[in-house]
Design a protein around this ligand. Structure first.
Ligand code: TXA
Ligand code: MG
Length: 345
């Protein structure tokens, strides 16, 4: 299959490109498109055959459910049962939608089992990107979309990174430049007491300021037998090919870097930490000065250092608040749960 590369302005969606992409969605095809978090791989979310193509293109296990993207939160009621949660959904929508917040709600029968991995709930969100919203509107259907990468690879933040994984496997990519946030949406389960399933683009603190305490997955497991972390949240995820050397904090950046200086070492560090290993021979990807710039560069950095042939990528965690929580989660998975805490041995 030849993958079409369609271009749109990011702010004012290009009508011809949107119409072309929407026609592909309506006839059951696959279109990768930008959201404010990462690029998604979209299909008609009410068409089981179209949804199955997503799993095939990504080589994603069918046990990992998909998010339905709609243009306004009032459309949640078309795919989810809002009885008993109307108030909390309206409160969250007023504060964060459109935006990087996904809600897990009891599903309605019209949602194909392929979308929800046969489960009783459905994940929904309203992306804050003019191109994504225009595509959903023009398609006239909820769009099911996981991140547009091959399974377990870092999520793509540009159309070129989508093509690096999926060229020839999907009908089209709608290119509107880099995504703003760079990590995926925050996922909140409302089928039980509000529970964080995945930290992401909207900070936990901001959500708690609006709805009060949110349970973390292990707390939820303690408080309700049936509670589970999000399916598909596997430990090995978002992985570059190189081995990640994830430090708990920036204390040992110099000593670990020294220890691995004979490897082809990639440095994926905030500017301040990078400055401390200036003299070392290594491939560098500077993540900038703030949690926002780090999130925006994180996945691109992993992929670029891979492409530069690095065998090891050195990075460190951030204080676990705000976007730092989502960044640490992605780094932890990329490192397959191995965190270097002590001084270099
Ligand atoms: O920012 C994002 O959320 C991006 C953009 C494209 O919208 N999408 C994204 O999708 O990250 P994906 O498929 O890579 O991650 C969605 C995750 C699944 O892996 C699963 O953990 C969780 O959402 N999920 C989906 N449906 C669920 C459900 N019914 N119950 C619990 N978790 C669910
Ligand atoms: Mg993904």
């Amino acid at each position: 299959m030849q993958t079409q590369h369609l271009f749109s302005s990011a702010d004012i969606p290009t009508v011809a490109a949107i119409e072309h992409a929407a026609a592909i969605i309506r006839r059951g095809g696959l279109v990768a498109f930008p959201t404010e978090t990462v690029y998604g791989l979209g299909a008609n979310g009410l068409d089981a055959l179209a949804v199955r193509k997503i799993f095939a293109a990504k080589q994603r296990p069918s046990t990992d459910p998909l998010i339905l993207h709609v243009a306004h939160w009032s459309q949640f009621a078309k795919v989810a049962d809002l009885r008993g949660v109307e108030t909390i959904v309206a409160t969250l929508a007023a504060a964060f939608m459109p935006g990087a917040l996904t809600l897990v709600l009891p599903k309605l029968a019209c949602v194909p089992a392929d979308v929800t991995a046969n489960g009783p709930s459905v994940a929904v969100r309203v992306p804050a990107h003019p191109v994504a919203l225009a595509l959903i509107e023009a398609s006239g259907t909820p769009i099911a979309a996981p991140s547009a990468n091959l399974f377990s690879r870092p999520s793509p933040t540009t159309a070129q990174l989508v093509l690096d994984d999926l060229d020839g496997r999907i009908d089209a990519v709608l290119d509107a430049g880099s995504t703003r946030i760079g990590v995926e949406s925050t996922i909140l389960n409302l089928c039980q007491l509000p529970t964080l399933l995945r930290p992401g683009g909207v900070a936990l603190e901001a959500i708690e300021a609006v709805i009060g305490e949110v349970l973390l997955p292990n707390e939820a497991v303690l408080s309700a037998d049936h509670a589970q972390p999000a399916p598909g949240m596997l430990l090995k995820h978002y992985s570059p090919r190189a081995r990640m050397l994830l430090l708990a904090d920036d204390a040992n950046v110099e000593s670990i870097a020294q220890q691995f200086r004979h490897e082809r070492l990639g440095l994926l560090l905030p500017s301040a930490s990078m400055a401390r290993v200036q003299s070392l021979a290594a491939v560098r990807f500077d993540l900038g000065h703030t949690a926002e710039t780090m999130a925006a560069g994180l996945f691109k950095g992993m992929r670029e250092l891979d492409q530069a042939g690095c065998t090891h990528i050195l990075t460190h965690q951030l204080p676990p608040n705000g976007l730092g929580r989502a960044i640490n989660d992605r780094l932890y998975r990329a490192a397959e749960g191995r965190v270097i805490t002590g001084p270099a041995s």
